[in-house]
Design a protein around this ligand. Structure first.
Ligand SMILES: [Zn+2]
Length: 393
């Protein structure tokens, strides 16, 4: 198939295979992102391996869920076990024995959200480790150096995220600094086998969001991250921000990545608005809390009614849980706090999420996404990420 558009960066190539239809019924598109460790079909969801592990799963199990790329957290790996140690041990791929593509975030979000003390100045951020209270400092140059040591396929520029609901002057200040830090991140980045994505900020303010999109898109990054969402905004507010940012990127051949979004309903909405890549801890986190995603909703395996239920969690699911075990068995494992519960539930929720993305790709490829939206929304259930998180808290 001849791509509709193709972006060739230094190490990454992004081909749009099925562009959005001319009738404007969706901005969704099908693409293929070529990275040093493999090819990623988009739209795609990246499971999160915070501490160089997708919690409870080994790399073979990650692959069986359908995952083709994972995200690892720069902040966590910098603090423990340390990026220099991982580099000495052969880099992150070898360290965690995952041969596929890895994207590392910049650490900006964790520095701001997890660090106790955090003092932002023009040069960088000083923060306290959430592990032992020790004081550390990230600058754009340092965040890039850490990611170069880890050796991910895709590094991300250091940014200053703020809550979407922050006052306008706070968002404006952080967005302007993010732009200066984006240029410094580009100047600092040297690794020839690693792509670099920039981050758009701008909160929920249309003018700031549009200005940030134009600024970041004007720099020679390999992809565009849409940051500062998947926070405390409503789905409608998020959609409005995407309706500002994505049309400004309509002629841009690079991949678009919305950071931190993970519920199936939210993923569908964002794909429909033209986003290609996602990551979130959500499917795995709710799985460890005994919430299993199934077509049309979710099952809470802590409910006593499942203790006598011989059916699989989802009859047509090909995952390691559903092929062999009953709801009754999983409900028992959770009550007994057996480790197998966390592994099987995580495998199922990631399989469900990645299968959902594959269904979206097929609908886009067939040109039927707009017509299939209702059916896909029903499969996703109506829960947004915040609702899922609140109810499972
Ligand atoms: Zn399953």
């Amino acid at each position: 198939m001849t791509p509709a558009s193709s972006f060739q960066g230094r190490v990454a190539r992004y081909d749009v295979l099925v562009p959005p239809p001319a009738d404007g019924s969706t901005r969704g598109r099908v693409g293929r992102l070529h990275l040093p460790h493999g090819v990623v079909e988009t739209p795609q969801f990246m499971p999160v391996g915070t501490n160089a592990t997708v919690k409870a799963l080994d790399p073979d199990e990650i692959a069986t869920t359908g995952a083709s790329i994972i995200l690892a957290n720069t902040y966590h790996l910098y603090l423990r076990p340390g990026h220099e140690r991982i580099q000495r041990l052969g880099g992150l791929h070898r360290f965690m024995a995952w041969d596929g593509p890895i994207l590392t975030d910049s650490g900006g979000f964790q520095v701001v959200s997890l660090g106790d003390l955090r003092v932002v100045d023009e040069d960088g951020v000083t923060f306290r480790s959430h592990l032992d209270g020790s004081v550390h400092r990230f600058t754009p140059e340092h965040a890039i150096a850490v990611q170069e040591a880890l050796g991910s396929d895709v590094a991300v520029a250091f940014d200053q995220p703020v809550r979407p609901s922050s006052p306008r002057e706070v968002v404006a200040d952080a967005t302007a600094r993010t732009h200066r830090w984006a240029e410094r991140s580009l100047d600092a980045h040297q690794r020839a086998d690693q792509a670099l994505f920039g981050i758009v900020q701008g909160g929920l303010d249309p003018e700031l969001r549009a200005g940030s999109t134009r600024f970041i898109a004007g720099l020679p990054f390999d992809g565009i991250c849409i940051g500062g969402l998947a926070g405390d905004e409503t789905p409608d507010q998020r959609n409005e921000a995407l309706d500002v940012a994505v049309p400004l990127l309509a002629g841009d051949p690079r991949p678009r990545y919305l950071m931190g979004l993970g519920s199936p309903a939210d993923l569908l909405d964002a794909v429909h608005r033209g986003v290609d890549l996602f990551d979130s801890v959500l499917p795995a986190r709710v799985a460890r809390n005994a919430t299993l995603w199934v077509p049309g909703g979710k099952l809470n395996l802590r409910n006593t009614r499942y203790l006598d239920d011989p059916e699989p969690v989802q009859a047509d699911c090909p995952c390691a849980l559903c092929r062999r075990f009953s709801r009754a068995y999983l409900a028992h494992l959770f009550r007994a706090q057996e480790l197998l519960a966390y592994r099987l539930a995580t495998i199922h929720n990631l399989t469900f999420t990645l299968d959902f993305m594959a269904r979206i790709r097929r609908a886009l490829g067939a040109g039927t996404l707009a017509a299939d939206l209702l059916e896909l929304r029903q499969r996703a259930g109506r829960l947004s990420g915040r609702e899922v998180a609140d109810k499972s808290a």
